[in-house]
Ligand binder design. Structure first.
Ligand SMILES: *[C@@H]1O[C@H](CO)[C@@H](O)[C@H](O)[C@H]1NC(C)=O
Ligand SMILES: *[C@@H]1O[C@H](CO)[C@@H](O)[C@H](O)[C@H]1NC(C)=O
Ligand SMILES: *[C@@H]1O[C@H](CO)[C@@H](O)[C@H](O)[C@H]1NC(C)=O
Length: 150
């Protein structure tokens, strides 16, 4: 009985150990950085998620964007310990995303690579169509992301 409980606790601890920190650097002098992800559609500020984080999208809210970053530039990211974490900058007109401010990111906690777009024609680092998406990847467990505005 005790051994089973201990094993269950160990398993629970192991499962709960995955964590991914989302941070922001806002150099714009305006706006509120926000993100949401597949398991929590309510926009929130910088925090640490104690679980796999898939379908993340971050943007700078300043009155122009809707609640999922539409009408603005956004960073999309999935941070997971199984396989690769990935992130990209979306400026896709098909999704009503558009360049309003310089935007980019670096992975944190295990990787530091990233992408940064500082103009409305940065086709080598940001996605303007769903068929050409420049991606950055990180294979470190529990990696985070710092999203940069301006
Ligand atoms: C939001 O940012 C855009 C782009 O910089 C700017 O044109 C607009 O005035 C801003 N809106 C607000 C409400 O600050
Ligand atoms: C983009 O904007 C158009 C015009 O406002 C709207 O009809 C369409 O539903 C929007 N698409 C997305 C993906 O938000
Ligand atoms: C962050 O990403 C940028 C690309 O936008 C890269 O040039 C820079 O070297 C990265 N920072 C670090 C500390 O690796």
């Amino acid at each position: 009985m005790f051994a089973i409980a201990a094993a269950a606790l160990a398993l629970a601890t192991f499962v709960a150990a995955e964590s991914h920190q989302v941070t922001f650097t806002n150099n714009c002098g305006y706006g509120t950085p926000l993100f949401l992800y597949s398991s929590d559609g309510t926009p929130q500020g910088a925090t640490t998620i104690q679980a796999p984080l898939s379908g993340g999208i971050a943007w700078l809210e300043n009155g122009s964007c809707t609640t999922d970053g539409v009408n603005c530039g956004a960073v999309e990211f999935t941070l997971v310990n199984t396989g690769y974490s990935q992130a990209d900058i979306t400026l896709e007109p098909e999704g009503n995303h558009t360049y309003l401010y310089p935007i980019g990111f670096n992975f944190t906690n295990g990787c530091s690579n990233g992408l940064f777009c500082d103009n409305s024609n940065c086709k080598n680092v940001a996605s303007f169509t769903p068929t050409q998406v420049p991606l950055a990847q990180c294979s470190a467990d529990n990696c985070g992301i710092n999203v940069i505005f301006c």
